[in-house]
Ligand binder design. Structure first.
Ligand SMILES: *Cc1c(COP(=O)(O)O)cnc(C)c1O
Length: 379
């Protein structure tokens, strides 16, 4: 099955009791048993819910994976992966991460005795320099948030396998429409389903996708034990959102390219980050592992103070100033005060997250209106 067909049909069947074409919202916390331990495969809804099972099958198919597990948020999914580790274990990860991942790694898990190395992943051969007998996991994001750095998933996976490390990839920015990390040898794919998969800014959810049965069993045990499970109504909303994922992504990519090209030569722009440009770092790797370049663009305003950056960020009519990304509506975000506020200034500036950086999540509106809006805001 090809992507658009999978988005609409994979894992789904009409409800056997009524023929309802849409997956019902099984709003229940428990299931009646015929006699103790004899049930229809569902015992208690933290562990399993039919609406969630349908969504998990669907998401697994989109990532070309055997299993998926949904969580109540992207951070809930990341948390489960790190909980597989033990005190003393070490993780190698990128120095340009989603701010919330950085905060969880440093503020929650470092005090539990897990060590994180935040390294430059532009050249993945850097990884080997940090591997020792305690290293267990490589955690990458590509494209990165917000500077769109591209990490070579296949090369990373070769290094991880050579040292018997797990490789997890945060695939939120690309979405499964543009990139499937399992196909390049990753062990675990993580999504903030809140973003492109949900697509309508009405749900917070996360997911992990994997092929290995043991890994699935281990991560499912953590979900069921720790309880970061999503509710059935949210699962329904995401199932509904995914039905148009391929259509939305086509338009995100189209609008993204038009806007990136418009901004590239704009006199108010000092620097633009979009992986579709030939001069973008590791563009050739983006071309190899992605099927398109998406609608996430970051810009550095020329000679703009923090006040001027704030003024511009607040002067849009169609773009809304908000955190998050990947929804149908276009958003503008100021990483330094919003998504990346938890990263210390010297660390974020080293990777280019400066005061006059703005991040655009280009939506699926008419691109002419978006360009008009950018013109007036940057005038
Ligand atoms: C939003 C986001 C997360 C966190 O997901 P939540 O659903 O907000 O918990 C993780 N990684 C990336 C790249 C994100 O954009």
């Amino acid at each position: 099955m090809k992507f658009g067909t999978k988005a609409i049909h994979a894992g789904l069947a009409p409800d056997p009791s009524t023929g309802a074409i849409m997956t019902p919202i099984f709003q229940t916390s428990t299931y009646v048993q015929e006699s103790p331990g004899v049930n229809k495969g569902f015992g208690y809804a933290r562990g399993k819910n039919p609406t969630r099972v349908a969504l998990e099958k669907n998401i697994a198919a989109l990532e070309n994976g055997k299993h998926a597990i949904c969580f109540s948020s992207g951070m809930g999914a990341t948390d489960a992966v790190i909980k597989m580790l033990r005190p003393g274990d070490e993780v190698i990860t990128g120095d340009d991460l989603y701010g919330g991942s950085y905060r969880m790694f440093t503020k929650i898990f470092e005090p539990y005795g897990i060590k994180f190395h935040f390294i430059n992943m532009h050249d993945v051969n850097n990884i080997s320099k940090y591997v020792n007998e305690k290293t267990k996991l490589v955690w990458i994001e590509t494209p990165t948030n917000p500077t769109m750095q591209i990490v070579d998933i296949e090369a990373c996976s070769k290094i991880a396998k050579q040292h018997k490390l797990l490789l997890a990839v945060d695939n939120t920015f690309a979405s499964p429409y543009l990139q499937n990390p399992l196909d390049f040898g990753a062990d675990i794919v993580m999504h903030s389903v809140t973003k492109y998969l949900g697509g309508h800014s009405d749900v917070v959810m996360g997911a992990l996708i994997m092929n290995d049965d043991k890994l699935h069993e281990q991560l499912y045990f953590i979900l069921n034990s720790c309880g970061a499970n999503p509710g059935p109504m949210d699962c329904f909303l995401v199932l509904r959102g995914i039905k148009t994922l391929h259509l939305r992504m086509e338009r995100h990519c189209y609008n993204g390219q038009k806007i990136a090209e418009f901004l590239k030569t704009h006199p108010r722009i000092e620097k633009i980050y979009w992986p579709g440009f030939e001069d973008h770092p590791n563009h050739h790797i983006a071309k190899k592992q992605m099927r398109g370049f998406g609608g996430m663009i970051s810009i550095v305003l020329k000679d703009a103070s923090l006040e001027e950056t704030f003024r511009i960020a607040s002067s849009f009519n169609v773009f809304s100033l908000a955190e998050s990304l990947g929804g149908v509506e276009s958003l503008i975000n100021h990483p330094v005060t919003m998504t990346h506020a938890s990263i210390p200034k010297p660390e974020r500036e080293r990777v280019g997250v400066v005061d006059n950086l703005l991040r655009l999540s280009v939506g699926v509106e008419d691109v002419d209106d978006l360009i008009e809006d950018l013109k007036q805001a940057l005038a």
